[in-house]
Design a protein around this ligand. Structure first.
Ligand code: AQP
Length: 340
């Protein structure tokens, strides 16, 4: 049966990249599939999180999900640490995945930086926890930004190796198809990789020390306009076709953001704005950003004033999530040979 799973880390201020690359796509999938959207707090602590800030960020992501239009009654919204299947299955997957596979993960290399000896062991095995998140629900589709593509490939490798290593046992117990599905990443649209406003070679990121590099979901209209005005660009006018954006990463990024926000293709944006200088295009971009983000921002504020409601959403979500994982975990235990 088809099922969608995805998550966002409660690690700071959500930005336009998280919204366009992930959350907006989560909303779009609700009509077609049963969806499970997680606030991945276990992932967050792979790098140090102040406990009080982690709590705040967990509510913040929950509010952003709801404000963006995720329905927590028809679908499931919860925080990862409340459902023990994630950590339990991650352990088994730590024993399925190979060191060599994890050594190739570019996100670990980026996040660990030069001081690899001092990175947490959790940061290294981050992708096995992500595989567990997805496969504990036997999820078939995972909407994510481009940066998560490699982790999704690893998830498939882990599912395949598990199904293969335990093949005889699975057949004996009647799971001829294997226990875990080959999950499809859903990486689509004009903004699967939103870049920093200060550097067209870096992705927009929560952990960038420069707040001017990103548009936060909670920025007001003035700061959005100011950040867009100050965004790095080149001195040329906009081309009239997308191929004119080649070799112009900052221009390409702003056109891509505009397209995603306005629900247009880059061709359509350039058909309208081709020939314009950035001094004219930037205010138009700020306007469309404000028109999309202001209602989300207002709704987030309203939701964050009612923690009781958010708690109730997360509690109900965790209960329903745990019910889905229970038979999968029971099957996993029998397959592996855990008594009990
Ligand atoms: N710049 C981006 N463009 C498109 N999609 C993006 N995503 C993140 N950045 C961009 C997508 O957002 C989802 C949630 O991301 P996450 O919070 O789990 O982790 P991340 O990818 O590590 O996000 P950040 O913002 O870059 O955080 P830090 O700075 O802490 O590393 C994912 O689907 C991701 O693809």
């Amino acid at each position: 049966t088809p099922r969608v799973f995805s998550g966002v880390q409660p690690t700071g201020s959500l930005h336009l990249g998280n919204y366009l690359g992930a959350i907006r796509r989560f909303v779009a999938m609700q009509d077609e599939f049963p969806c499970i959207y997680c606030v991945v707090d276990l992932h967050a602590i792979t790098v140090w999180q102040d406990p009080k800030e982690l709590i705040e960020a967990t509510y913040h992501v929950t509010a952003a999900y709801l404000a963006a239009g995720i329905d927590p009654v028809k679908h499931i919204v919860f925080n990862q640490s409340r459902v023990s299947a994630h950590a339990e299955l991650a352990w088994v997957f730590n024993c399925v995945a190979r060191m060599g596979w994890l050594n190739r993960m570019t996100q670990f290399k980026e996040k660990a930086g030069k001081d690899r000896e001092n990175a947490s062991a959790g940061l290294f095995v981050y992708p096995t926890l992500m595989a567990a998140d997805i496969l504990a629900y036997q999820a078939t589709h995972v909407p994510v930004g481009e940066d998560q593509k490699q982790h999704l490939e690893l998830t498939r490798d882990i599912a395949q190796k598990f199904n293969h290593d335990y093949g005889d046992r699975l057949a004996e117990l009647g799971y001829e198809e294997g226990l875990f599905p080959m999950t499809e990443p859903i990486i689509q649209g004009p903004a699967t990789r939103v870049m920093s406003l200060r550097d067209g070679a870096k992705k927009m990121s929560k952990s960038d020390p420069s707040d001017a590099s990103r548009i936060n979901l909670t920025d007001d209209a003035d700061s959005i306009a100011q950040k867009v005005r100050k965004a790095k660009t080149d001195p040329e006018a906009l081309p009239s076709e997308p191929k004119g954006l080649e070799g112009r990463p900052e221009a390409d990024n702003l056109v891509g953001i505009y397209a995603a926000l306005a629900g247009q293709t880059k061709e359509e944006v350039l058909a309208e704005h081709g020939g314009a200088m950035f001094s004219a295009f930037k205010p138009a971009l700020a306007d469309v950003a404000v028109s999309v983000l202001a209602p989300i921002n207002d709704e987030m504020r309203r939701l964050l004033d009612d923690r009781g409601h958010l708690d109730q959403v997360l509690t109900s979500g965790a209960e329903r999530a745990a019910e889905i994982t229970a038979p999968v975990m029971q099957a996993m235990r029998r397959v592996v040979g855990f008594v009990g």
